[in-house]
Design a protein around this ligand. Structure first.
Ligand SMILES: [Zn+2]
Length: 381
């Protein structure tokens, strides 16, 4: 009994400590969110008021508390400080506490603190500027591979990925899925799809959560997206009347020109070839107690057919891009950049926040959800 109380208070203590650490880290996230889009260093000048440039003293920079004491105003010039600052600090604090509760006292908790903070930065920055910081996603891809190595050497530490190949599979599948969707949208609807930021984001989620994590994040993210997106569209359509404006703008743009991203095609090609090799080599039908061999084999053929289809789309896009490129070179580029800018504005519901939410949910519950799902399948069969 006494032992139980001490372990309980141990956990409560560390949950609160994680929350406090989260609030401090959230404050750092705010710095990143402000400075990444402006390409400023996140270390060099200390915190200062963006209006009067006065440095912010440490006692005015205590997460959450300072904002409340100062009533959301700069001490010197009384400019109001956005509620976004304490909000991000509070959210980070809560999520860090949740991560600790889930992964307890382990290496995983420490790693996923950083993962969570990265996702928070992505969510807020994507909502604000419709850009996803490479500082997070590209770094995250590398760190994710490193973490999978850690998982291999310290398998008892609760890390979700314990094999570097699984991380690489995730990166490839993440790139493949978004590039594929992007190119299909461009080829069929002749307008730009999601953009390369989302490719790197899903690849980063894949590096941390594996190929299952990519599928899971995408599914959970789409679910969040369709629920929240529904209300966002209602808001824009009825309150701001933005829909018609965008359609009008789209009409004005040159419909002959729809930019195919050759880099997306190349990524799609490479990742589909890589995954095909992976499926052929390492996913040899394992003797599974859950499914009969025929189902697993059939499923593998389906995956390979899908990968071949992706490769085909990649080849078609590269072919069409070369044709377009030749045409543009012939005619000379006129106002394509301006067109691009306008069409980018039409893409007013960023997908990054949903993907990030999906990734975080999968981090917490993914493997459990999958095993539940398999259990249900097994019972149904
Ligand atoms: Zn000020």
């Amino acid at each position: 009994m006494r032992n139980l109380i001490t372990t309980d208070s141990f956990h409560i203590f560390f949950t609160i400590l994680s929350g406090m650490f989260g609030a401090v880290f959230g404050s750092f996230c705010n710095v990143c969110i402000y400075r990444f889009p402006r390409s400023e260093s996140i270390i060099k000048p200390g915190s200062h008021c963006p209006k009067c440039e006065n440095p912010i003293a440490w006692y005015d920079n205590i997460p959450l508390i300072s904002w409340i004491i100062l009533l959301g105003k700069c001490r010197h010039c009384k400019t109001s400080i956005s509620i976004q600052y304490p909000f991000v600090e509070l959210i980070t604090a809560l999520l860090f506490a949740i991560v600790y509760i889930k992964f307890q006292f382990s290496l995983a908790t420490l790693v996923y603190f950083f993962f969570t903070a990265g996702l928070i930065i992505v969510i807020v920055q994507d909502l604000q500027t419709w850009t996803i910081p490479d500082e997070i996603t590209l770094t995250g891809i590398l760190v994710g591979v490193g973490v999978s190595l850690l998982g291999m050497f310290f398998p008892e530490q609760g890390l979700r990925i314990e094999n570097p190949l699984e991380a690489v599979d995730g990166i490839a599948l993440g790139a493949l899925l978004i590039c594929l969707m992007d190119l299909i949208v461009i080829l069929l609807m002749k307008k730009p799809g999601m953009g390369f930021g989302d490719v790197k984001l899903l690849s980063m989620l894949g590096a941390f959560l594996g190929w299952r994590g990519v599928l899971g994040s995408l599914m959970i993210g789409s679910m969040f997206g369709s629920i929240i997106g529904f209300f966002v569209i209602l808001y824009y359509r009825y309150i701001k009347n933005i829909e018609e404006k965008i359609e009008e703008e789209n009409k004005n743009t040159n419909t002959d020109f729809y930019p195919i991203d050759p880099i997306a095609s190349i990524f799609l090609g490479i990742s589909s070839i890589y995954l095909m090799i992976r499926v052929l080599i390492s996913l040899k039908p394992q003797t599974s107690t859950t499914f009969p061999d025929e189902i697993i084999n059939g499923f593998l053929y389906l995956i390979i057919a899908f990968l071949l289809f992706s490769l085909l789309i990649a080849l078609i896009s590269i072919f069409l891009w070369r044709k377009q490129f030749a045409k543009i070179e012939h005619k000379g580029i006129e106002s394509n950049e301006k067109d691009l800018e306008i069409t980018l504005q039409a893409h007013y519901i960023p997908f990054g926040p949903y993907l990030s939410l999906g990734g975080f949910t999968f981090l917490l519950f993914g493997p459990e959800l999958i095993s539940k799902y398999l259990q249900i399948l097994n019972i149904v069969k």
